[in-house]
Design a protein around this ligand. Sequence first.
Ligand SMILES: [Fe+2]
Ligand SMILES: [Fe+2]
Length: 339
Amino acid sequence: MTDTVVDVTETAEPAEPAETAQAPEAAEEERADTWTSLLERLSRQSVTPGKHFDAYVDVAWDDEAYRIDPSDPRWELGLNEPLSRTAWYQGLPPEVRSRIGLHVVVTKMKIGLQFEGILKQGLLGFAAQLPNRSPEFRYAYHEVIEEAQHSLMFQEFVNRSGIDAQGMRWWDQLGARRVVTLGRRFPALFFMFVLGGEDPIDYVQREALRSENPVHPLLERIMRIHVTEEARHLSFARHYLKLNVPTLPWYRRLALAVQAPLILGTMSQLMLRPSSDIVKTYAIPKAVISEAYSHNPDHKAGVRASLKKVRSLARDLGLVTPLSKPIWKAFGIWEDDPA
Ligand SMILES: [Fe+2]
Ligand SMILES: [Fe+2]
């Protein structure tokens, strides 16, 4: 096995530039320099051994320790998954508990690779409209390549699980085509969508890697590879927004302020609740879903915590306005985080 130890606390965040009193043109130049050096650093990491991974080189798929057995108790839902704390789940036979846990993982991987498919198309659209010599071009392509490797890993895992996860069937109705075109038409909103999908999943994976629950070694390997590379994607999206949102015309800022909580609320629900396919397959009673998710203050606090970074970013960028704050609250994703 070629396991590389990945520190889950590792991030690709650059140091913030020091605040200095200077002429606006000089400040503008310094911001551009910082952005360019961030892109150079992220691009360099994308080709540095131990920081970038290949789905069929860096995962020892055929290792006996990586074999997927649906009745393996290590698939049982951990305490960080609210369904595991219900009497309904605890009363199930152990092999059903394991199978449900594996089904949840497989569904997340399927949804993850569908989300990454939209992301890759949007990134290609974003890169297509960049002029020659744009420093963003190379990094956007590294990100497309990394997402393609993740999707290979996720699909291989789904195939080996023997479970036919449905993924997000409602996605077409919700306008996947429109999101894809945002990469070209409205990159700031596109990168907000990127954060809406990547931030909650990154949070959940880091929590799982830190927890005491036993994790199947194949899943652990995939999660460690994923959080390492996602740190770069998150850094790119956040810094793109920091640099570009202040320069947008008012009507674009307004559109972003209103649509950001809609996107974040919808994406976090999709990523952090069991799919309708799972609910149907295991006949999970409505009351159990309500107890574990809809009316569970712990789950709601977890969802808000998973969006903490992107919420602070939206606030810092002036996107939380009297008009948009009620939307955050309506989705239950607002919190008065300490500054
Ligand atoms: Fe990914
Ligand atoms: Fe990503």
